[in-house]
Design a protein around this ligand. Structure first.
Ligand SMILES: *Cc1c(COP(=O)(O)O)cnc(C)c1O
Length: 390
């Protein structure tokens, strides 16, 4: 039996390929340092695990959960948005729980697209925006994110007829992979743009709590009128080191939340309730783990910046997220540099072209290993490349 055309065109997920390379090197007995994957290395805070342990024994949690999420979980999300962003959300109508935000990001296109429809997709970017679009039979229209534009899409560059045909506008700040942030004035322009062309804005904001030098990134939902045109995907994954738990949410425009919830209720049955109780604990319990986490990433960021500068790179450090987005040295492509560094130094970096063709010429470093491993990774890189030429 032949798979669908969309599936035939779908390569294994970027990180599945990287995991494969790590496994192969490990088999050969090579000590690999992975700066490749955006998955926090720190454990989930203990009070959250304790809540999970307690909740798992309650038989009421062993049954099918509600597919849109416990009201108490959605209430906790609403409280968090009020405290953190001063945004009011109705937990009954404006929030839906997700099996990790990736799930909702992938499904929103299926809920909104007819065959041949267009979504506006930033590039370089998280691959799921474009993949979800294609799997739903749609076409991504690529909005390039360029350094000279501070990695923000230029709305004026989107052709009128494309904007008019498009359905979803994806954006992601703090940005993976570039580390860029957006301010409220940009978000307000996006609201206007969405209004003019009747677009659904899908803001993806899992890194809102990971920022440096005292910065507190804002939410799209803070922009005036945002709730009328869009939703924001968020997640416990990065804020509380909970990537494996699979819990996130979408919040914002009531209609889109209802549509996504109705879609999901037909294909999944929601998040395991014990995990939702752990999620409530994460959002409402002590928040000091976030400060600790920020301090850890800040030290790693500063160390990586020192090293990159010493090796000859002239880069602006990321303001947020735990990534560096770095140009490859002269004579390399993204792939050839990543392969060279893996083979000669045993260090995994992510080739920028994995984030789309506008990522070509760059690589991404994730600060998800401890300082001593970052130090060793750069020592090894220095040995094989010396000083960098551009
Ligand atoms: C990590 C990440 C997510 C969050 O994924 P979850 O499914 O919530 O774990 C979403 N978007 C981007 C850009 C990410 O890097």
């Amino acid at each position: 039996m032949r798979e669908s055309t969309a599936m035939q065109n779908l390569p294994p997920y970027l990180f599945a390929r990287i995991e494969q390379k790590i496994a192969e090197a490990k088999e050969k007995g090579i000590d690999i340092i992975s700066l490749g994957i955006g998955d926090p290395d720190q454990p989930t805070p203990k009070h959250i695990i304790d809540k999970m342990a307690e909740s798992i024994y309650d038989a009421a949690n062993h049954q099918y959960p509600s597919s849109v999420g416990l009201l108490a979980f959605r209430q906790a999300v609403a409280n968090w948005y009020r405290c953190r962003f001063n945004v009011e959300l109705d937990p009954r109508k404006e929030i839906v729980s997700l099996l990790g935000s990736k799930e909702g990001i992938a499904h929103i296109s299926a809920a909104y697209l007819d065959h041949g429809d267009i979504n506006l997709v930033p590039e370089p970017g998280y691959p799921v925006y474009g993949i979800g679009t294609s799997l739903a039979g749609g076409h991504p229209y690529i909005m390039p994110l360029l350094e000279k534009n501070k990695y923000l899409p230029v709305l004026e560059d989107i052709p009128e007829e494309v904007a008019r045909k498009a359905k979803i506008f994806f954006m992601n700040y703090p940005n993976n992979p570039t580390g860029a942030v957006a301010d409220l004035s940009f978000y307000e322009k996006v609201v206007e743009f969405a209004r003019s062309y009747d677009l659904l804005v899908c803001s993806d904001a899992p890194y809102s709590e990971i920022a440096y030098d005292g910065l507190r990134p804002c939410s799209f939902l803070e922009a005036r009128g945002a709730k009328e045109v869009g939703i924001e995907f968020h997640s416990l994954s990065k804020t509380y080191n909970m990537t494996g738990w699979r819990i996130g949410w979408a919040a914002g425009q009531a209609k889109a939340i209802e549509v996504l919830g109705r879609y999901k209720s037909n294909i999944d049955s929601g998040v395991f309730q014990a995990i939702q109780y752990a999620g409530i604990e994460a959002l409402e319990g002590p928040q000091d783990s976030i400060e600790v986490m920020r301090a850890i990433y800040q030290e790693r960021r500063d160390l990586a910046l020192t090293w990159l500068t010493r090796l000859g790179w002239k880069i602006t450090p990321p303001k947020a997220s735990f990534y560096f987005w770095v140009p490859v040295p002269k004579g390399y492509t993204s792939s050839s540099f990543a392969e060279f560094i893996l083979e000669k130094a045993g260090v995994i970096i992510t080739p920028g072209n994995g984030y789309g063709k506008h990522g070509e010429g760059y690589f991404r470093i994730a600060l998800t290993v401890d300082k001593s491993r970052i130090e060793e990774a750069f020592q090894r890189i220095e040995k094989v490349i010396g000083k960098v030429e551009f």
